[in-house]
Structures are given as C-alpha cells and as structure tokens.
Design a protein around this ligand. Structure first.
Ligand code: DCP
Length: 132
C-alpha cells in the first residue's frame, strides 16, 4: 500500500485548489495538490517536496484533515492542514490554481468539479475554513 499526501493550504479563510491536467478521467477537476510518498520518506517531507515541485512554494504543515481515503490500485490518500511560508503558488504541473471560500467549495462539490476522493472531505474542509 502506497500513501498519497495532499495539502489543504488555507489563507484568509480560503482553500487553495489546483486543477488537474491529467489523466483524462480527472483532467479539468480540482484537487488538493500533493503526490505519492516515496519509500522511506516521511509524509510531511513528501508533502513539502510535492508542493515545492507543483506550486513553487514552501509550506508549513499541521494536523491531518478528514479520514484517509482508499484509492484504487493500492493507494491511500491522506490530507494535512497547511499554510504558505514562502512564495505565491503557480501552476507548474496543474492547469490552474485558485483560492475558494467555504461556500464556493460547496458549490464546486455539488457541481461535480472536485476529484472524487477529495469530495469526501467536503465537511472537514468547510470546518477547517471556519477555524482559520
Ligand atoms: N489524488 C487524489 N486527490 C488528490 C491528490 C491525488 O485523488 N488531492 C490521486 C490521483 C492519483 C494519485 O492520487 O490517482 C496520485 O496522485 P498524483 O498523480 O498527483 O501523484 P504523483 O504526481 O506523485 O504521481 P505520478 O507521478 O504517478 O503522477
């Protein structure tokens, strides 16, 4: 079982979403950015690395958000609360990045615009935005 870790990057009560450019079945949908943890790599180190690669920013990392989600092909997806430490996000590997409020996130979920695994965390993400 491999782990995929994703960042719920929050600033000013908005959540950063990134639009997937591949594969075809999820291209155009929005996700929490992240990627696969390498063998022997700590989850938080993997998340810092993936976010630096994908968004060209440094982040701070906090607690887990929501329950782990089992993806197909032996992958388990986890999310962590995060915040920007250095830089402004740019879409290096994604089609676009955007900041959304809790209301906008809910509307996107209802419209089917989030990747399916991440949509499971809607209530957890809305709660996180309410706290921050
Ligand atoms: N995934 C997801 N939700 C996220 C992030 C990832 O459902 N917020 C899923 C999509 C993929 C798997 O996790 O099925 C791996 O994600 P990535 O393709 O983003 O990860 P990597 O870039 O590390 O993998 P690869 O290099 O294989 O593309």
């Amino acid at each position: 079982m491999k782990t995929v870790v994703a960042a719920a990057i929050v600033r000013d009560q908005k959540l950063l979403l990134a639009q997937r450019s591949y594969p075809d079945d999820v291209a155009g949908l929005w996700e929490l950015p992240g990627g696969k943890v390498e063998d022997g790599e700590a989850v938080s180190v993997a998340l810092e690395r993936e976010i630096a690669e994908e968004l060209s920013v440094r982040i701070g990392i906090g607690r887990g958000v929501g329950e782990p989600v089992v993806l197909r092909d032996n992958l388990i997806l986890v999310a962590r609360h995060a915040w920007l430490v250095e830089g402004e996000p740019v879409a290096v590997e994604h089609s676009a990045v955007t900041w959304v409020s809790a209301g906008e996130l809910g509307a996107m979920a209802r419209a089917g615009e989030l990747v399916p695994a991440d949509a499971v965390w809607l209530d957890d993400l809305v709660a996180l935005l309410g706290e921050s």
